[in-house]
Design a protein around this ligand. Structure first.
Ligand code: IVH
Length: 737
C-alpha cells in the first residue's frame, strides 16, 4: 500500500536525499563506470555520457520537483536522444540509474508520498511518419505480421498526469505521477476539481470494488489567460503556460486556493481494477465515460494504420484552434491482451507511443528591449533575442506587449526567457527562467520620452499602453503612411515602408494628405526617382483618390476598426463627415458595434488633428462620400436576421468579400463575439480570443466551406484570392522571424 510521510519529515528528507544521492553516486556508480571504462570505452565518451546524465538529472529535478524548468521540453528531448544514442552504441555503460532508465525525479517533499501499485509509465516519441511506421513495424514484428491490430488515438493534452483511486465507488486518493513509482498525495486538491467525480455511478447499477483511473489535469487556454490576468492584477505569480498553471494550482498545500483555479480533467486510462473486466483501451474509455469521467470526445479507434497517421497530421494542423494545449497524439494498441504481450522496455510501453508536434516554445537570452512606435503612437516594447529555433523556424524578435506585461512577469534584460511561437502569430516572450539568473540581469522600464521624436510619453488612465502624443512624430507618420498605402486600404502601387520613410525623412510629407500634394518638383534631389518612376507613382496616388469609402475608413487606422467593420461603417453612414459627426450612442446603436469599439471611434474623431486631416483630405480631392447607391437591406436571404463574426484569413475570398456576400444574403457582420452572435466563421490563423469566446458561449463555428454552403442561393461568381489584413491590425509589429 501507500507510504505516508508528514510534510515536516519530508523537508529534512529532502536535504538528506540529495547528499545520499551524491554519496551513492561516488561510492557505487562511479567506480562501476570507471571499471567499465578501463575495459572498453574511450574516456571522452564516458565523460560525455556522465555529463549528459548529470545535466538531465538536474533538469529532471527542476521540472518534476521544483516545477521550474530552465530548458524547454524540446531541448530536454534532444539531450535525452543524445544519451540514448550513446548508450545504444555503448550498452556496457548503461546503468540502472541512468535518466534513460527512469521517468522522472523523486517527488517534492512537501506532500505525503504515494507508492503507485502499478508504475505510471512514460512514452516513447515519434516525430514523423517514418517514426510512426517504425513503431508500427515493431508492434507487428512482436505480435506476428498476420495479427489484426486496432489502435486507439488520443490527443496528448499538456497538463499533469494523475492517478485517482476509487474504493467502493468513492474517491479515496489522488496522486501525481512523480517519478513514475512514487507520487505525491494531492487528494484534497483533486477533490476540488469539478470534472473529477467524487462518487461513481454506472448505468448497470454496480461500480467496481476498486479502480485506479488515470488521466490529465489541465487548464483551457482561455481559463489560463484569465487566471494570469487576475494574478497580474493582484501582483501574484503569473504562469508561463497552461501546464505550469495546472501544476502550480495543484501543488498548493492550501486546497482552497486550488478550488478557485479553473482545473479540468480528462480520463485516458486505468491502473489496477478489482470487480470489473476490461479487455481493451477502447472498452476501458467507454467504461470510464459510463462511470462519469470526462473522456476526450476526439478519441478514435482505427484498424488501418494509415488512418492513424492521417489523424496525427490532421491534429498537428488543428492544434492552434484547440481550446487546450496539446503537444501531440498518443497512439495505443487497443487490445489489453496484445498490450501485455508487447510489454514494457526501459519504463516505456512498447504498446504505445507519442507522436509529438513540433515544439513551439523554446528558451533563449533576452539581449535587449527596443521600443517601436506604431501608427497610432502606441509604444510597443519588442524583445531582441539571441537567435534560436522553435520547431525549425529561427526567431530573433518577439513581442513583450506592454510595460505591465514585462513588470508583472519580472522580465529583465539579460534573462534567459521562454519564448512561444504558435502558428504564424508573432512570437511572444512568455516569462523569465528565474532559476537561471546570474545577478547581472537588468529590470526594464518604458522610456520617459518617445524614441523617435523625444516627446514625453503619456499613459491614459485605465490603459496598459503608453503613447507618443506628438501627431508630427516622424515614426508615426511613416507607420500611418505605410498602412494608408497598403492593399486593403488605399492601395497605392509603388509605395511601401521604404518610400514612406524616404519621403517623411526628406521633409516631403507631414501627413497622409500631403501625398496628394506631391508633384514632379517634389522629387528633385530624391535619389532613385527618374521621370518614369515619378509618373507611375503620381498616377498611383491620383488613382487612390477614388477608392470606395470603406477603404478610406480602413486606411485612417482608427483603433479597433479593421476592414470588416470599416465596411459596416461605410454602409451605414455613406459619408466620412457623417461618420465623423456620429456620437458614441449613434455608433453603439449599430448592430455589431460594442461600447468599447464605439468609444474608440468617437474618441478618434473627437481629436482636432483628425478633423483637420479629414478637411485636408477633402481639399486635396480624396473622395469621402459613398458614391454608389445604398443597397436595399435583404430581408428574405438565407442569413436574414443572423449576425456573423469572421476571424482569420479565408482561402477563396477576402474577409471583405465574405462580409459583402453575407450582407447580400441578409446577414450582419459583428466585430466581436457576443451572446447575440449566431455564427463564428473561422479561417486560417484565427484570433484566439474570438474562437475561445465562441466555444465558451457555445456559438456554432463555421469553416469557409460551411459558410459558402449557408450562403447557398446567393453565391456569386468565383472571387479572386487576395491577401486580407488581419482585423484591428492596429500597430501590429512587423517582425522577421
Ligand atoms: S498514456 C503508458 N494517454 O503524456 C501510457 N498519456 O509521457 C502513459 N498524456 O505526462 C500515459 N495525454 O499524463 C497517455 N491520452 C493520453 C495522454 C497522456 C497526455 C501525458 C501523460 C504523461 C505523458 C506521457
Amino acid at each position: 500500500m501507500c507510504c505516508y510521510n508528514s510534510p515536516d519529515n519530508d523537508k529534512s528528507l529532502s536535504t538528506a536525499s540529495h547528499s545520499l544521492t551524491r554519496l551513492w553516486y561516488y561510492s557505487c556508480l562511479r567506480p562501476h563506470i570507471m571499471e567499465k571504462r578501463g575495459r572498453m570505452t574511450s574516456p571522452a565518451i564516458l565523460d560525455r555520457i556522465t555529463k549528459l546524465r548529470d545535466e538531465l538529472r538536474q533538469h529532471n529535478y527542476r521540472y518534476h520537483v521544483l516545477d521550474d524548468p530552465t530548458i524547454s521540453d524540446a531541448e530536454y528531448d534532444a539531450l535525452m536522444r543524445q544519451l540514448r544514442e550513446l548508450e545504444a552504441a555503448h550498452p556496457e555503460l548503461v546503468t540502472p540509474d541512468s535518466p534513460t532508465q527512469r521517468v522522472g525525479a523523486p517527488p517534492a517533499e512537501r506532500f505525503a508520498k504515494v507508492q503507485h501499485p502499478q508504475p505510471m509509465l512514460s512514452l516513447s516519441n515519434a516525430f514523423d511518419r517514418q517514426d510512426l511506421l517504425a513503431w508500427r513495424d515493431r508492434v507487428l514484428r512482436l505480435l506476428g505480421s498476420d495479427t489484426k491490430i486496432a489502435y486507439v488515438v488520443e490527443p496528448k493534452i499538456d497538463g499533469l498526469a494523475m492517478a485517482i483511486t476509487y474504493d467502493q465507488g468513492r474517491l479515496v486518493q489522488a496522486a501525481t505521477r512523480g517519478d513514475g513509482y512514487t507520487g505525491e498525495d494531492v487528494t484534497a486538491n483533486v477533490r476540488t476539481v469539478k470534472s473529477v467525480p467524487l462518487v461513481l455511478h454506472h448505468p448497470s447499477g454496480s461500480v467496481p470494488r476498486r479502480i485506479e483511473v488515470r488521466g490529465e489535469i489541465y487548464m483551457r487556454i482561455a481559463d489560463f489567460e484569465r487566471l494570469n490576468e487576475q494574478q497580474a492584477a493582484t501582483g501574484d505569480k503569473v504562469f508561463a503556460n497552461p501546464r505550469n498553471g495546472a501544476a502550480g494550482s495543484l501543488r498548493q498545500l492550501d486546497s482552497t486556493i486550488t478550488a478557485g483555479r479553473p482545473l479540468r480533467f480528462f480520463a485516458y486510462g486505468i491502473g489496477p481494477v478489482e470487480g470489473a473486466t476490461l479487455n481493451s483501451q477502447h472498452q476501458a474509455l467507454e467504461y470510464l465515460r459510463d462511470l462519469g469521467f470526462p473522456v476526450n470526445p476526439d478519441i478514435r479507434r482505427y484498424e488501418d494504420f494509415e488512418e492513424v497517421i492521417a489523424y496525427c497530421e490532421e491534429w498537428m494542423s488543428r492544434r492552434d484552434r484547440l481550446v487546450y494545449e496539446a503537444d501531440g497524439v498518443v497512439i495505443k494498441v487497443d487490445g489489453f491482451g496484445q498490450q501485455r504481450e508487447l510489454g514494457v522496455v526501459a519504463r516505456e510501453p512498447r504498446w504505445a507511443t507519442a507522436f509529438k508536434f513540433p515544439a513551439r516554445e523554446g528558451t533563449t537570452t533576452l539581449l535587449e528591449i527596443v521600443v517601436n512606435v506604431g501608427r497610432t503612437g502606441k509604444l510597443n516594447p519588442n524583445a531582441i533575442l539571441e537567435p534560436f529555433t522553435i520547431g525549425g523556424v529561427t526567431v530573433a524578435n518577439a513581442t513583450l506587449h506592454n510595460e505591465d506585461y514585462i513588470v508583472s512577469r519580472d522580465i529583465r534584460i539579460g534573462d534567459r526567457v521562454t519564448v512561444k511561437r504558435a502558428g504564424d502569430v508573432i512570437p511572444q516572450v512568455v516569462g523569465p527562467i528565474v532559476g537561471a539568473r546570474t545577478g547581472s540581469e537588468r529590470p526594464w522600464h518604458m522610456p520617459e520620452t518617445c524614441p523617435s521624436c523625444g516627446t514625453p510619453v503619456v499613459r491614459h488612465p485605465g490603459e496598459a499602453d503608453y503613447y507618443c502624443p506628438n501627431r508630427l512624430c516622424p515614426e508615426q507618420i511613416v507607420r500611418s503612411m505605410e498602412h494608408w498605402v497598403s492593399q486593403g486600404a488605399m492601395d497605392i502601387v509603388g509605395m511601401g515602408e521604404r518610400q514612406a520613410r524616404q519621403f517623411v525623412e526628406g521633409g516631403m510629407i507631414k501627413d497622409v494628405a500631403d501625398l496628394y500634394l506631391l508633384n514632379e518638383e517634389s522629387f528633385a534631389g530624391i535619389e532613385g526617382y527618374g521621370p518614369k518612376r515619378i509618373k507611375n507613382l503620381l498616377d498611383g496616388i491620383k488613382a487612390s483618390k477614388d477608392r470606395p469609402l470603406h477603404r478610406l475608413i480602413s486606411a485612417l487606422g482608427i483603433p479597433n476598426v479593421g476592414s470588416t467593420l470599416a465596411l459596416t461603417l461605410a454602409r451605414h453612414f455613406r459619408s466620412l463627415s457623417r461618420l465623423a459627426d456620429a456620437s458614441e450612442e449613434d455608433l453603439r446603436a449599430i448592430d455589431g458595434i460594442g461600447p468599447h469599439v464605439a468609444q474608440s471611434i468617437a474618441r478618434y474623431f473627437a481629436e482636432p488633428d483628425h478633423r483637420d486631416l479629414i478637411d485636408k483630405l477633402k481639399r486635396v480631392g480624396v473622395q469621402t462620400e459613398d458614391t454608389q447607391p445604398a443597397p436595399e437591406p435583404v430581408t428574405d436571404g438565407p442569413l436574414s436576421g443572423k449576425t456573423l463574426v469572421i476571424t482569420g484569413t479565408l482561402g477563396n475570398m477576402t474577409r471583405e468579400q465574405a462580409a459583402e456576400r453575407i450582407q447580400q444574403a441578409g446577414g450582419k457582420i459583428g466585430s466581436g463575439v457576443t451572446k447575440k452572435t449566431d455564427y463564428l466563421v473561422v479561417g486560417e490563423e484565427p484570433g484566439g480570443s474570438k474562437y475561445n469566446k465562441a466555444q465558451q458561449l457555445n456559438i456554432p463555428i463555421l469553416n469557409e466551406a460551411q459558410l459558402v454552403e449557408l450562403l447557398g442561393a446567393t453565391a456569386t461568381e468565383a472571387v479572386p484570392v487576395v491577401a486580407d489584413e488581419p482585423e484591428a491590425a492596429d500597430d501590429q509589429l512587423k517582425l522577421d522571424i
